[in-house]
Design a protein around this ligand. Structure first.
Ligand code: SF4
Length: 320
């Protein structure tokens, strides 16, 4: 389970220190034991920078990268993966950490076709609008998991944050992934502009309905340099007393509040969201069967369970 705020919602982040074995020109690292949704050890690689979307809360495209997806050639990426495959035969998965690897679908498909020849398992960040035909090509090329930033199940909130996504498109995409056997780690954000007590419940219900394999729930974080920050300051949603984004232990604090929704309510909604998602008979059953099938998953899920309850305890201290 994640303990800290991601810099932007749909990218993985190291919750605990990892053993970094290598850092080549484009290889971020090979890692053991942090992200519960990736196979370990994995290698994280960038094949391009930036994202075409304009989500108002998202840090990197607004401050560093811009909105033109700048990419390496297919051949260059494949050459690197083939080299890494030889150099690190112990690696079980490659993760493409591009903001949105699926932003250029013809290229993503071309890479997938080549990866299929190498016989590797891989995963990437994606937006919830990839058509089924493309998903098939990616899956046939070894795609195992997509890290998907859903953010909210409420259409008005998706409009408010300029997500460029329709709820029904995200639902169809998720259904397609389930049917094609592609695992999803879905990320959500509580406390975005337009959030109410009802939309918090609505998004939690929606997450359970579309049912990604695992989820991450973050608090809306107005980073300086983003449109959300300007909005928050202009509208008085951010006050000096709650302007910190994380506490000294790296636990997210709810920095935003609205006239109809307090910091405390937004903060507490994260725990309610996690519990309503994971403490369902169907979800518990699928996690248990995953653990029974694999001793490695058994160890990991048990460890994550302990971490999850520690995480809830830390949050309770902050709330007190
Ligand atoms: S799609 Fe993802 S990476 Fe792109 S701007 Fe939105 S949150 Fe950021």
């Amino acid at each position: 389970m994640p303990k800290t705020a991601p810099s932007r919602p749909h990218r993985p982040h190291a919750a605990t220190p990892c053993s970094i074995l290598v850092a080549g020109p484009h290889i971020t690292s090979t890692r053991r034991g942090s992200e519960g949704y990736l196979k370990h050890p994995y290698i994280s690689i960038y094949t391009g920078r930036c994202c075409k979307s304009r989500c108002t809360f998202c840090l990197w495209p607004q401050t560093v990268g811009g909105h033109r997806y700048r990419t390496r050639s297919v051949g260059h990426v494949i050459e690197e993966i083939a080299g890494a495959q030889k150099a690190f035969p112990q690696v079980k998965e490659f993760f493409f950490d591009d903001d949105t690897f699926t932003d250029d679908l013809p290229r993503a498909e071309a890479i997938a076709r080549e990866l299929g020849k190498l016989g590797i398992t891989w995963s990437c960040n994606a937006k919830a609008n990839v058509p089924r035909e493309s998903l098939k090509v990616l899956r046939d090329g070894g795609l195992r998991l997509l890290l998907v930033g859903y953010e909210s199940g409420n259409q008005q909130i998706l409009h408010n944050i300029k997500k460029g996504m329709r709820v029904e498109v995200a639902e169809q995409f998720t259904k397609d992934c389930h049917e094609l056997g592609i695992t999803i780690h879905g990320t959500f954000i509580a406390g975005l502009p337009g959030e109410t007590r009802e939309t918090l419940r609505e998004t939690a219900r929606w997450a359970a309905k579309i049912n990604p394999h695992t989820i991450q729930v973050s608090l809306a974080a107005p980073y300086p340099g983003t449109f959300l920050y300007i909005q928050a300051v202009t509208n008085g949603w951010l006050d000096a007393e709650h302007a910190e984004l994380v506490d000294e232990h790296g636990i997210q604090i709810a920095p935003l509040h609205y006239p109809h929704l307090s910091h405390a309510e937004i903060f507490e909604s994260v725990e309610t969201f996690y519990k309503s998602f994971y403490f369902r008979p169907g979800k518990i059953g699928s996690i248990v069967s995953e653990m029974v099938r694999s001793p490695e998953m058994m160890k990991r899920r048990l460890r994550e369970g302990v971490e999850f309850f520690e995480f809830l305890r830390e949050r309770k201290k902050i709330a007190a």
